[in-house]
Write a protein that binds this ligand. Structure first.
Ligand code: NAD
Length: 323
């Protein structure tokens, strides 16, 4: 079954919501975007224009001040409101009432368990996580997170839908804190902080090791692929030596806590793990955006013929079966 033009509603027109709206509209879906805050809605054209300037493709997105109107015809709803449990629970309570019974109801939460957001809803089989990475118009990964209450086919429908936009959905089969990406990212940060806190090197040296060492290949070969390539005997031998020595602090590392307590919170104050001169943060941000644009262009060229062939989410059988 070929995918059609799906009706997509995005709830929350902030940094993530606007970029998700752009990405799905650029893939040919009808996108309705809701935000209750006037200033957020007013900022949408400028945010979309900034993305258009990067990617060169104009899109049409309808902006709403009524949640009910935005989701009334939705096949897929993606919530990208504030990272606050009570706010998300209130939004989902309204979505259950206002969205069609077949609509997938997804949250872009960074860390709140999906089950907690869905708790108390009269029905939660269509509620799941779609964790996009910032910025969604440049980073293709979406973690599709299944809670215990998520119906079996909801994650599959979400994955099929996201593929139509050239995204790279990955099925996370349990509602675990940090899903997969943030668990990996913060496991690395825990060790990085411990190394710097112990004075084994400074923050600049640590970042050099990652950027110009194993990090240089991480976008091309994953850590488990890389272990297979090198042979698992080697990984085992390294783990037998290394594992007892790695940091196992079971809470936020005291070095990080002290930094925050001293007000050394990063670029906004000119000092975090390292010092920041005026203009340096913008240079780093430009470097990141340039690289992400380069990778996106390369990926699109390589996978052009594999896109747009996934199963539709709004087909009649799915609509009539889902509750
Ligand atoms: N920024 C990131 O890097 C990132 C990455 C992955 C996931 N997320 C998650 O995505 C979500 C949105 O993050 P963001 O960075 O876009 O935040 P943001 O603050 O830029 O946007 C949130 C938007 O929600 C709107 N809003 C406020 N109350 C609302 C309500 N009741 N209903 C609907 N919208 C409401 C706000 O006006 C704002 O426009 C959060 O759950 C966040 O944790 C963020």
């Amino acid at each position: 079954m070929n995918i059609g033009r799906e009706n997509v509603a995005i709830v929350g027109a902030g940094r993530m919501g606007t970029s998700i709206a752009y990405t799905l509209a650029a893939a040919g879906h009808r996108v309705d975007l809701f935000d209750p805050i006037d200033a957020a809605r007013d900022a949408v054209p400028e945010r979309l224009a900034a993305i258009e300037a990067q990617l060169g493709e104009p899109v049409a997105v309808a902006v709403h001040d009524s949640l009910g109107r935005a989701v009334a015809e939705a096949d897929v709803v993606i919530e990208a409101g504030p990272e606050d449990l009570a706010a998300k629970q209130a939004i989902f309570a309204e979505l259950i009432r206002a969205a069609p019974v077949w609509a997938l109801l997804a949250t872009n939460t960074s860390a709140i368990p999906i089950a907690r957001i869905a708790a108390g809803l009269p029905t939660s089989g269509r509620v799941l996580g779609t964790h996009f990475w910032n910025p969604p118009h440049l980073i293709p990964l979406v973690e599709v997170v299944e809670a215990e209450t998520t119906e079996a086919d909801a994650a599959e429908r979400a994955i099929a839908f996201l593929r139509t936009a050239g995204l790279r959905p990955v099925h996370v089969k349990a509602d675990i804190p940090g899903f997969i990406g943030n668990r990996l990212q913060h496991a690395l940060k825990r060790e990085a902080i411990a190394i710097v806190a112990a004075g084994h090197c400074d923050a600049e040296a640590l970042d050099e090791v990652v950027r110009h060492g194993f990090g240089a290949r991480l976008g091309v070969v994953g850590p488990l692929e890389q272990s297979d390539l090198g042979g698992l005997e080697l990984t085992l031998a390294i783990h037998e030596t290394l594992m007892p020595d790695l940091d196992r602090t079971p809470v936020a590392h005291p070095f990080l806590v002290e930094k925050v307590e001293r007000g050394e919170t990063g670029v906004s104050v000119g000092r975090g793990f390292r010092d920041w001169a005026p203009g340096e943060a913008e240079e780093v941000q430009e470097r990141v955006t340039r690289e992400l644009l380069r990778r996106r262009a390369a990926e699109r060229t390589a996978s052009n013929d594999g896109m747009g062939t996934a199963t539709g989410v709004g087909n009649r059988k799915v609509r009539s079966d889902a509750q």
